[in-house]
Write a protein that binds this ligand. Sequence first.
Ligand code: ZN
Length: 368
Amino acid sequence: MGYLKTTTIRGNDYNFPIYLPDATRAVARSLDSEDLKKSKIEGVVVNTYHLMSEPGTPILETVGGVKKFMNWDGLVVSDSGGFQVFSLIYQDPKFGKISDAEVTFYKSSKGEKRKYHFTPERSIQVQFVLGSDIIICLDDVPSVNAKEDQVRLSVKRTIEWAKRCKEEFAKQLQSRKMDHKNRPLLLAVIQGGDFLHLREECAQELIKIGFDAFGYGGFPMDEQGNFRTETLKFVAGLMPDDKPKFALGVGTPQDIVEGFKMGYNIFDCVLPTRDARHQRLSVLSKDPKTLDVLHEPVFNYLNMNREKFVKDSGPISEYCDCFTCQNYSRAYLHHLFKIEEFTAGRLASIHNLRTYTKIIELLRATLA
Ligand SMILES: [Zn+2]
């Protein structure tokens, strides 16, 4: 079996690979849904934990889910929120506590300290309220430097919680009268840190329980900022080839190319929008018509705060067909950043996202 090129979810076909920007709080920062479409973005990742605290599930239920809320008709994947919650609690226990039964999380909002109970069941219920196309099981995310004992515990919990998530998922399908045509997919995350035998055990158990898609859990980068090539490759090999493989949190355009070669289909990362707000632009390394995407470096960074751009009337990238490059100069963008104008982040984000989708297009072309 080869690379999965396409999948149908709720009657819509999605081509792989696919890159999804993070719309953590139901917005890809500084962009609206039209801007996303301008950049040829086909889907986003929202965050369950953030959305259940703000605006909260009752409001999301009233407005009819996150797609209506943000005027977005593309793919919506909801992250369980485990990653954020666990990284905070493992860093400092004052943020909450974790038990086999649930996660208790303390959050201060406008001077008021609020307590949230997060269970696998609750996470699934909220993701149904969001109206996601791909629902992600709540998992236990060990800290980046966790020892083997702690990672083993995280794997055990991830498996137990995935079972509970699947049971709750089945209940929701029944009560909402959803069938295989209009139901979302349920994705389980494979944990195990860099301990390959734990990754293997986690994958085997999750495959036995049965899920529609699988994800790479934990940090894709090590503490030195290096891509965890060996672990990522090993985990991709553990996942069934006929189901979507999601490399959560990956990565730079080059990382996405590497992930694609390993067999991953879905990527999400905050980098292009975050970089854009900090004047860091990704540009294709050469004309996409002659770029050998699988074997040549695919991109370079361009920093807009460089003085040499003050009078530069050219576009950010001569190889880019994005809205920003078609209409605005480097000089204008440099100026907008200099005066700290919001529009700078928007125009730069539109460009960076288009660089990602262009690379995705080139990767898809290698499958034809
Ligand atoms: Zn551009």
